[in-house]
Design a protein around this ligand. Sequence first.
Ligand code: SF4
Ligand code: SF4
Length: 373
Amino acid sequence: MPPINILIKPASGSCQMRCEYCFYADEMCNRETGSYGMMKPEVQEMMVKKGLQAAERSITFSFQGGEPTLIGLEYYQRLMTLIEKYNTKRLQVSFALQTNGYGITEEWAKFFAKHGFLIGISLDGPKDIHDRYRKDGKGEGTFDRVMNAISLFKKYKVEFNVLTVVTGHTADEIGRIYKFFRKNNIVYQQYIACLDPLGELRGKMEYSLTPEKYGKFLKRLFDLWYEDMSRKNYVYNRYFENLAGMLAGYRPETCTLLGYCMPSYVAEADGSIYPCDFYVLDDYRLGNLMTDDFGDFDRRRTEIGFVEASAKHEEECLTCPWGYLCRGGCRRDREPEAGAGIGKNYFCEAYKEFLPYAKDRLVEIGKMWIGRK
Ligand code: SF4
Ligand code: SF4
């Protein structure tokens, strides 16, 4: 077994916020049990014990939700004790956590800094853009609370990056968003294309991101990023950096650029394991930490052909001049209608517009930056 990464949902899909485009709230509506509540101590212990037994060399515990801080700081303090108890092979252990920033206090920030957590925090840009979709339970904007969390991370030197959901609206406003991030010295940026609800035709929601808007967004963001990078102002952008790396001969580190899904383990609060965050659905359950081990999860993943199905591509992709960079993209974007099977990527036209536009400059950036970091 190689190094492993377990993506854990200790508070299942529970969240204090009600973001309009939340894909996990949608997944919860599409399975028999919506929320699995809070992870019980015995499930947590089994997860640490079996994870550390199964992994070789290193292991990453990545926490997500819903909102993973809702389970309370004690859960994470206990995690450290459990790791000490079960890490008999002395594996290298890393931690990551994705938060909405809503409940971050000095205590959380100090804890993250002390244990070297890499934090992802959701921020969609300046106040009016962020508050448009990212509201709390009372329907109020959450921008101020997120910015407060970011200042605590800066104060305690917590390593963090900002995760921005790209909606149709965000796509139009990317110039203003990028400028806002740069002004606030937010250098580590990740952008995730917004999903439409499962089982519905794409592009029909008020917030929907269409291929046309996504293509324009990628081009505009790339121009801004390129300008900074060529002036030696480093800005992290996972997608662009991976593309530049691929053109310089490196293997991408994100599954969406591999051409097939990466085998991974997503743990729900009850200990059930799934193959990807986008597929925490009943038909994709690989087993449960309380009764099965990691070998069982791998066997079940092969039985349902999760990775194998994603590796089959349309004729158009196989002969596409941009296929070597696009690789077909994320499987979830290749299932435009649930149950319709895996086909061509919904954002195909965006990639066909963006990749030729950026390629030469990506090669240049690859030569300038890759290998230096
Ligand atoms: S569905 Fe997308 S995110 Fe999930 S493993 Fe496949 S490529 Fe990665
Ligand atoms: S650009 Fe379109 S056709 Fe080409 S590989 Fe990507 S999804 Fe397939």
